[in-house]
Structure formats: C-alpha cells, structure tokens
Design a protein around this ligand. Structure first.
Ligand code: SF4
Length: 400
C-alpha cells in the first residue's frame, strides 16, 4: 500500500464536495438488615451501613474473587506484577467497550509499545491506525497525549493521587479511581456500570438511573471508605460480580457470594433494578459519502478534521451530517448514487448515501480543488488500513 500525502489545504475537497453535496453500632448483620428493610428508600443515606455489614460484604466479595476472578491480559495475579501502564491502557480502552473486544487490542498495543515511553514515541497516525475499530477516537488522541506527558514530564511514572491523575488527558473520575485502586492498591471508590447495578440491588434502590448515580456512588463509597485491605482486588471483585453473576438480565443469585446481604433479592425485585428512565428516541442524521476512484483503481481517503466525529481518522470524503435531509446540497449528474450505508453512534443513527465519481471527471469539470491530508489507496487492499467502522462498512459495500 502506498501513501501519497499531498501538501494542500485539508478542507478543500471536503468543502468542494459539500458544494456538490447502615446505622452505626448495630452489632449483627441480621439487625442491620432488619433496619435496612424498614428504612431503605430511594433517598437512603450511606450512614445506614455499619462496620459489621462492611466487613461481611468485603470478606465475602474477596473470598469469591480469590476463586472466581476473570483472567485478563492486563490483570496482575500478584502485587509485584502490577503495571500502572497496563492498568491505564486497559481502562482507557474499556471505556464504552467490552472486555472481549478490548483483549486483542490490548495485546496488540503492548506488543508494539511495551512501555509508556514506547507509546509516547509512536507516531500519532500509527496509534490511530491500531485503535481503529474501538470507536470513540478522541480516546486514542488523548491516550497518545497522556503517554507523552507521563513519559516526558513524569519520567514514565503514573501519579497515585486521583487529583493528579485527573490532570492528565483522557483520565476522568472513574478512571483515576480505577488506576489508584488497581495499579497502586490504594483505597478509591471505583464505580462503573457493573458496580452501579450491584449497588442498586444490594441496597434495593428504586430511584431510576441516571438520577440515582450520585446516590449509588455514595453507597459504593460507604463500603470502601477508610478500608485499606486489598483495594484493587475489591474493586475488581465488584466489577467481576457485575459482569458474570449480577448481570443486567437474569442475575445468577444462587451463585452470588453476597446473596444474604442483598435487599433486592430479599424483596424479589432484583431483575427490575436498576430502574431506568424511558429512553429518548435517538435522532437520525443523513448525509453523502463519496467513493472517488482514479484510473489506477485507487480510492480517495482523507484524514478527518480533529473537531469532527471520528476526528483524526482516515475516512472517505463526506458531506456534513444533517437531521433534515433537505438541507443537504444537491449533487450533479456526474456523481451517481450506488448504495447506502447505515451506522449507529451512541447519540444518533446515521444514513449516508454512497456516491461514486471518477476523479478525472471531477478534475476535468473543475469540480475539485487541490487536496491535502489525503491518500489514494488501492480499492482491493483498503481493508487493511484501520478505518473506523462506518467507513469499513461503506468500503465493504463498494467492494461487492
Ligand atoms: S443476590 Fe442477585 S441481585 Fe443481589 S447482588 Fe447477588 S446476583 Fe445481584
């Protein structure tokens, strides 16, 4: 595959084509639970959790984790093998993505860039290329920036303090807590979607999500606060319980180590929690995507502007994406619609009409301006270049 980069204004072709286009002091767990039952409401306070409950909960969770923890390529089986770089990398990759999807990407990254210094020295385009398919591409850009800061300004050492971690690109409250607990075994309130679900059930919180998020975080925090024993294992135990036992539908309560402490199970409402607000319909957007071929069976790709969706990634040229189809510019006859590609992003669904056009025709008719940030790729090998899923789908349709 040859890459021919041309040094002319990046938005030129885009623009042109657009024109064309619990209570303290309670002695026993059972006392605590009776108290919980009579008092727990959607606005339950965290001071209902007492030491006996916390000790029991954590002991059961850690005992279960020792036997049933999931094996993952970034997980250290003992303390001395902990690697903050692995923890950070995996946590960034796992945002909005599943463990199964992330596994091969993580392996690929650490094989190519074994340390944070190696990743910092990588070309950003290379990082974006290897990230392709994981989605949420701003994460990849921040990942690279963060690696450079940790490597160049912090001597390759990730901070242990959450506030310091959160000063780094791409690290928010959840990720800083996860890194502090998992990489450094320090107390932190790690609350992801799995842990929210477990908390909502243990405490039978009936207030719907997302309004209940703050309350669920407080409840999780009440079980973590001031506890210094096996912070990383405890956080990962909750994550694993949520992922494998306390699942969104049909939780496997018979296998659950904390069934005796679970209010939702006791009330028979475990499958109904966490309650959710009715979903709003996703907006649908429309646009054009252009398959521009030259006489060498090569197809035109451009690197997308950082501020756009899929920013920094290679893609086929597109029009803007609009909710009102009528606002899209009409295209001349030299451009033929061939197919349609559909893709669902988190916040909207997208339908793009695929138009084909010969580059020479465009040039001859003066419809195209000089190009920048573009590359011509063989239509037969374009699958290998690491495109975002939207453009992979369009390419597949056009290769048929
Ligand atoms: S008993 Fe069931 S609902 Fe309760 S925490 Fe365990 S798996 Fe979840």
């Amino acid at each position: 595959m040859s890459r021919q980069w041309v040094t002319i204004r990046p938005s030129a072709i885009y623009l042109r084509l657009k024109v064309l286009s619990a209570t303290r002091g309670m002695a026993s767990e059972s006392n605590f639970r009776a108290h919980m039952k009579s008092n727990m409401t959607a606005s339950a306070k965290t001071n209902k959790v007492n030491d006996a409950f916390i000790n029991s909960f954590r002991k059961k969770m850690l005992g279960w984790y020792d036997k049933h923890q999931r094996a993952m390529p970034w997980r250290a089986t003992n303390k001395k093998d902990k690697n903050p770089y692995y923890t950070w990398l995996s946590e960034i990759m796992l945002q909005q993505t599943t463990v199964v999807t992330v596994g091969p990407y993580f392996e690929k990254f650490i094989a190519k860039w074994p340390t944070v210094h190696d990743l910092a020295k990588a070309e950003r385009d290379d990082v974006m290329h290897e990230w392709a398919g994981l989605g949420y591409y701003a994460r990849a850009r921040n990942l690279h920036k963060c690696a450079q800061i940790v490597s160049e300004e912090l001597n390759g050492v990730f901070p242990q303090d959450q506030k310091e971690l959160e000063k780094l690109p791409g690290i928010g409250g959840y990720t800083s807590a996860a890194i502090r607990a998992i990489a450094f075994d320090k107390p932190a309130n790690v609350v992801d979607g799995n842990i929210e679900r477990v908390m909502s059930r243990i405490f039978a919180v009936t207030e719907p999500m997302p309004d209940s998020k703050k309350h669920l975080k407080e409840l999780a925090g009440s079980l973590t606060k001031d506890r210094k024993d096996r912070s990383g294992d405890y956080a990962q135990a909750l994550m694993d319980l949520g992922a494998t036992i306390c699942t969104p539908t049909s939780p496997k309560c018979a296998l659950c180590p904390v069934i005796a402490l679970c209010d939702a199970k006791k009330q028979g409402i475990e499958a109904e929690l966490p309650k959710k607000q009715p979903k709003k319909a996703k907006p649908h957007k429309y646009g054009h995507v252009f398959w521009v071929e030259n006489t060498k069976n090569e197809v035109l790709f451009i690197r997308r502007d950082e501020k756009e969706m899929l920013g920094g990634m290679l893609g086929l040229p597109t029009s803007t994406w609009e909710v009102d189809k009528k606002t899209l510019n009409k295209l001349p006859k030299a451009i033929n619609q061939k197919r349609q590609v559909k893709h669902s992003f988190t916040h909207f669904d997208l339908t793009l009409d695929i138009f084909t056009v010969n580059f020479d025709t465009l040039k001859a008719s003066g419809m195209i301006l000089p190009l920048n940030n573009h590359v011509w790729l063989s239509r037969y090998t374009v699958d290998d270049v690491g495109l975002p899923t939207l453009f992979k789908k369009a390419v597949k349709l056009m290769q048929r």
